[in-house]
Design a protein around this ligand. Structure first.
Ligand code: IMP
Length: 422
């Protein structure tokens, strides 16, 4: 198993943090390849709950390498806070490697994220962490990268040109005060001490690890339907959340990837705006949210909740060609006497079997549900598939049949031990 990639199959928050933490035991290195501090990965380590934004979920193991690949964007202030936060729990961050090609989330990116959201007629409900504007500047070739911190002269020159433009936009379009060059420049230089011990050519490192027969785990952030190309555009994040993102965002050749694990929550949630065909309203949604603890890890926002959607998942299986699936939060469904799964949609009185790309259709389609009898039993301490209630087993067999992919991991609670491996 040279390389395993873990990808969210829905709109993020599928419980990837727990799955990665679990798989880390069999890996030598964990690599993040997309997203930034918009991600919120919840990990229970030795019974304690941790929330990670930047650091890979392997950071809890001193004998594993943790790599931030070129495809992520980093807010160095938040990275510093996260390292300190782990230190408070006696977890020393030593085993971290950071690509010099990473683009930095600048103070003006955070500001623009908020300004765009408040000025726009159609808000996206971003996390407000500056991630979209940072990727925008990367593509526009106006980004500041980690490598630039070590060439102060060029850094100041580039920053001055970029900031001049940003300040003009802020004052002339949004009538807001601009940012001061010296302050940002000094702040950036102050982070050199933080990143210096960790900066390394991660492409070369990954290549060396593969050559030495080491096992790598790629930890995707967000989910397939937040992908900048394949997601519910424009209600998406600004990176590639699908399997191809691992190749671009870490420099691993596709041929080295031999396992692609899709993480599927047993129901669906989304934070922020955008279409959501199986979204529930009222008491049923509230119940799913309460039982599932569905509040954003990064922003604390209540997540929108709904039933599982097979049509979406079929597309996720195609784009990512999952070799297996991890089904999470199955225990949450124990509270329901009736469980629904969307198998097709109705669109203008016609049956629709494929996910539509057009936003208007995505917003108006009505799901057609298949209903399952609930098991209404606590399954949070079940250790074997055969010990799951018959109804839960049938639910899993149905998903496997529809998605033509084996469910090898079933999560029945937040702790690492609450996992059924098949
Ligand atoms: P941004 O990534 O902050 O630009 O936000 C764009 C969209 O992606 C918003 O709907 C966010 O709520 C969503 N999003 C970003 N990161 C995550 C995540 O880690 N989990 C779930 N949704 C996310």
């Amino acid at each position: 198993m040279p390389a395993t990639v873990v990808i969210g199959a829905q709109w993020g928050d599928e419980g990837k943090g727990k799955i990665v933490h679990l798989l880390t035991q069999q890996s030598d290195a964990v690599v993040r390849f997309n997203g930034g501090c918009n991600a919120g990965h919840t990990v229970y380590h030795k019974g304690k709950k941790f929330k990670l934004h930047h650091l890979p979920s392997g950071i809890f193991y001193s004998d594993k390498l943790n790599i931030l690949g070129n495809g992520v964007v980093v807010d160095l202030g938040i990275l510093q806070e996260e390292i300190n936060y782990l230190k408070e729990s006696n977890i020393e961050v030593k085993n971290l490697k950071i690509s010099p090609l990473i683009n930095i989330i600048m103070p003006y990116h955070r500001l623009f994220d908020k300004v765009y959201e408040s000025e726009s007629k159609a808000t996206l409900g971003t996390t407000g962490r500056g991630v979209g504007p940072a990727y925008t500047d990367k593509v526009a070739r106006k980004g500041i990268r980690i490598i630039d911190l070590f060439s102060p002269g060029t850094l100041k020159e580039t920053l001055s040109i970029v900031l001049n433009e940003k300040n003009r936009i802020l004052s002339e379009i949004y009538h807001l005060p601009g940012k001061t060059l010296e302050l940002i420049y000094e702040e950036l230089l102050s982070y050199r001490e933080l990143v210096l011990p960790f900066v390394e050519d991660t492409v070369e490192l990954i290549w060396e690890l593969l050559g030495a027969g080491k096992r790598l785990l790629f930890e995707g952030a967000q989910g397939t339907f937040l992908d900048i190309d394949f997601g519910t555009y424009p209600y998406v994040t600004s990176s590639h959340t699908t399997v191809g993102g691992a190749c671009i965002g870490a420099g691993i050749p596709p041929s080295k990837i031999d396992k692609i694990i899709g993480v599927v929550k047993a129901y669906t949630t989304r934070v922020g705006e955008g279409p959501f065909p199986t979204e529930l309203k009222g008491k049923e949604e509230e119940k799913l949210r309460e039982v599932g603890g569905e509040f954003g890890t990064t922003t604390g926002r209540p997540r929108r909740c709904g039933w599982l959607d097979i049509v979406m998942l079929k597309l996720a299986c195609k784009i990512n060609e999952f070799t297996e699936l991890a089904l999470t939060k199955l225990d949450v469904l124990s509270s329901f006497s009736l469980i629904k799964v969307a198998t097709t949609y109705i669109c203008e009185e016609k049956l629709l079997e494929k996910w539509p790309y057009d936003l208007k259709t995505q917003k108006t389609i009505k799901p057609v549900y298949r209903e399952f009898e609930g098991w209404e039993k606590d399954i949070s301490d079940v250790e074997n598939f055969s010990k799951l209630p018959k109804q839960a087993q049938e639910f899993i067999f149905f998903l496997e049949e529809e998605l033509q992919t084996k469910i090898t991991i079933i999560s029945v609670g937040p702790q690492r031990e609450q996992t059924i491996i098949r």
